[in-house]
Design a protein around this ligand. Structure first.
Ligand code: NDP
Length: 240
């Protein structure tokens, strides 16, 4: 039986590439999204991958949605917490709402996604938790106090989950992408994009598929001893 993989925010951007790569690797995939029905429909039409809509920021909705996925497809073996948002502002202008929305989606959203499936993974003695963090969680970023806090928090989550899950055959790891050529990054003015690229030693943006391939590795049986780790996929953009 094919293993079941769930990707939050799996219909667009990096998540879309992850969903497709996991399907190509033989998983039965469920992709979730938050509100963009049009993008989700286009994605399902193109890929045949089942989509589910709920907000990762809502625990009850996540629990109910995850139970529906398991009823439809079987127990979730691989959970990829990818859904994320930005609400950037310099700290002195950042509103409590901007802070809270990002915390609720990017950090509490990971708890809400993993917590309901964790007991099943423990019982079945197998699980893969993969969280998409960010280079900005490793180094901080001007205008992203909220976002960087959540992405640094992701690293604490996986290191702790790794220790709790290890004896149950569960691994938990993070991937920290650098700048990836998604709609969000391609939408910034060309001059700004050129300035970003000039800071990447590899001389280009990353591709969503390059993050997806890291996910496929972490989900695989080849990665059984990789636990509590962070893969930095950023084109040598060091930050110390
Ligand atoms: P996109 O904005 O392209 O896609 C985000 C996805 O997350 C969409 O499917 C969206 O659903 C979903 N989503 C957003 N909020 C919620 C919510 N509350 N509940 C459920 N789903 C939600 O993002 P990217 O592909 O650029 O980013 C994916 C991840 O990678 C994020 O965690 C991001 O922080 C991280 N990252 C991205 C980098 C980049 O350069 N792009 C760099 C480093 C990290 P909908 O379509 O309905 O809006």
């Amino acid at each position: 039986m094919a293993r079941v993989a769930l990707v939050t925010g799996g219909t667009r951007g990096i998540g879309e590439a992850i969903s497709k790569a996991l399907k190509a690797a033989g998983y039965t995939v469920a992709a979730t999204y938050g509100g963009n029905d049009e993008a989700a429909k286009k994605f399902t039409d193109e890929t045949g991958i089942a989509t589910y809509k709920w907000s990762v920021a809502d625990y009850a909705a996540s629990k109910e949605g995850l139970a529906k996925v398991e009823a439809d497809l079987g127990p979730i073996d691989v959970v990829v917490a990818n859904a994320g948002i930005t609400r950037d502002a310099p700290f002195h202008k950042m509103t409590p709402e901007q802070w809270q929305e990002v915390i609720d989606t990017n950090l509490t959203g990971v708890f809400n996604t993993v917590h309901p499936v964790w007991p099943g993974m423990r019982e079945r003695k197998f699980g893969r938790v993969i969280v998409i963090s960010s280079i900005n969680g490793q180094k901080g970023q001007f205008g992203q106090v909220n976002y960087a806090a959540t992405k640094a928090g992701d690293l604490g989550i996986v290191k702790s989950l790794a220790q709790e899950g290890a004896r149950f055959g569960i691994t938990a790891n993070a991937i920290c992408p650098g700048y990836i050529a998604t709609e969000m990054v391609m939408a910034v003015p060309e001059k700004v994009r050129e300035a970003i690229i000039s800071q990447i030693p590899t001389g280009r943006l990353g591709e969503p598929e390059e993050i997806a391939r890291c996910v496929v590795f972490l989900a695989s049986d080849d990665a059984t001893f990789v636990n509590g780790s962070t893969i930095s996929a950023n084109g040598a953009q060091f930050f110390v």
